[in-house]
Design a protein around this ligand. Structure first.
Ligand code: THG
Length: 265
């Protein structure tokens, strides 16, 4: 399981002032804590800063990579911000994200190819976010076929079925499970990813819903996830879930998480 730590995001109350003040110590501490807790990539998102985003995204990439040895997931729809930050990234970055929207596709694809990145592809196009799994699968198929035709390896593609709050539609989690299953059936070498926390917007005790959602998306075949790795219960469920899915031979990952004090029963 690829674990993408979501905490360096200026939509979080604690993060915006730290980024505004270029508080590198704060960013380094957030990056280290997430990697220590199991993150295998660090997501960075400073989209709330608008005009300053290109400069800040590059600064975040350098600051994070000055503290930890993992790749960064550049979370921005803004091609200018991606273009400014990518040359400063060491090793292979992940772009979060491309879509089938014409303009975004045309501007982000060259960056994926030039910088040989991994890429998250959201199942949306110029008509918006499809309601049904069937329609999301069609958009996913178009994205995969077009990316592969352009030379992107299937192993570098992460389809994100886009999570909507269950408080706004009672089938929205089900649509995600179904899309994950269908993508895995049709494109077994392509990965699937989602951000967990959108599912619980507008409801109390959100962590509980996010935890149940992690387990159910994993059972559907999710193999990468954007989450807060400092939620110890969530990470515990991830280790237990990997074991139960037969992805953790001899329970090695589960046992070492236990020995490191990372499991909360
Ligand atoms: N898919 C992809 N990328 C994504 C998402 C996705 N990037 C952004 C988002 N969704 C995932 N990242 C976060 C980061 C932080 C929070 C939620 C998702 C978060 N939110 C608190 C809240 O909503 O209440 C903020 C609380 C605070 O102010 O600290 O922490 O789906 N590809």
């Amino acid at each position: 399981m690829l674990i993408i730590g979501e905490r360096i995001n200026t939509s979080r109350k604690a993060m915006a002032p730290a980024v505004a003040a270029r508080d590198a110590d704060f960013i380094r501490a957030e990056a280290k804590a997430q990697v220590e807790a199991g993150a295998t990539l660090i997501d960075v998102n400073c989209g709330t800063f608008m005009a300053e985003e290109p400069e800040l995204l590059a600064w975040l990439v350098e600051t994070v990579q000055g503290a930890v040895e993992v790749p960064v997931c550049l979370d921005s729809p803004n091609p200018a911000a991606l273009e400014n930050a990518l040359p400063r990234h060491k090793g292979r970055a992940m772009i979060n994200s491309i879509t089938a929207e014409k303009e975004r596709w045309e501007k982000v694809l060259p960056l994926v190819l030039t910088y040989n990145t991994r890429v998250i592809a959201l199942t949306m196009d110029d008509r918006g976010m499809p309601e049904t799994a069937e329609e999301r699968l069609k958009v996913a198929a178009r994205l995969v076929e077009n990316l592969v035709r352009e030379g992107v390896k299937e192993d570098d593609i992460f389809i994100d079925p886009l999570v909507r709050p269950v408080s706004t539609g009672n089938q929205y989690a089900m649509v995600v499970y179904e899309t994950i299953r269908r993508v895995r059936e049709e494109f077994p070498r392509v990965h699937t990813v989602c951000g967990l926390s959108n599912v619980s917007f507008g409801l109390p005790a959100r962590k509980l819903i996010n935890q149940a959602f992690l387990v159910q998306t994993m059972a559907a075949g999710l193999d990468a996830v954007i989450l807060d790795p400092l939620d110890k219960r969530l990470m515990s469920l991830l280790y237990a879930g990997e074991l139960l899915l037969g992805r953790d031979e001899y329970a090695a990952g589960y046992l070492s998480a236990f020995r490191e004090g990372k499991l909360e029963a």
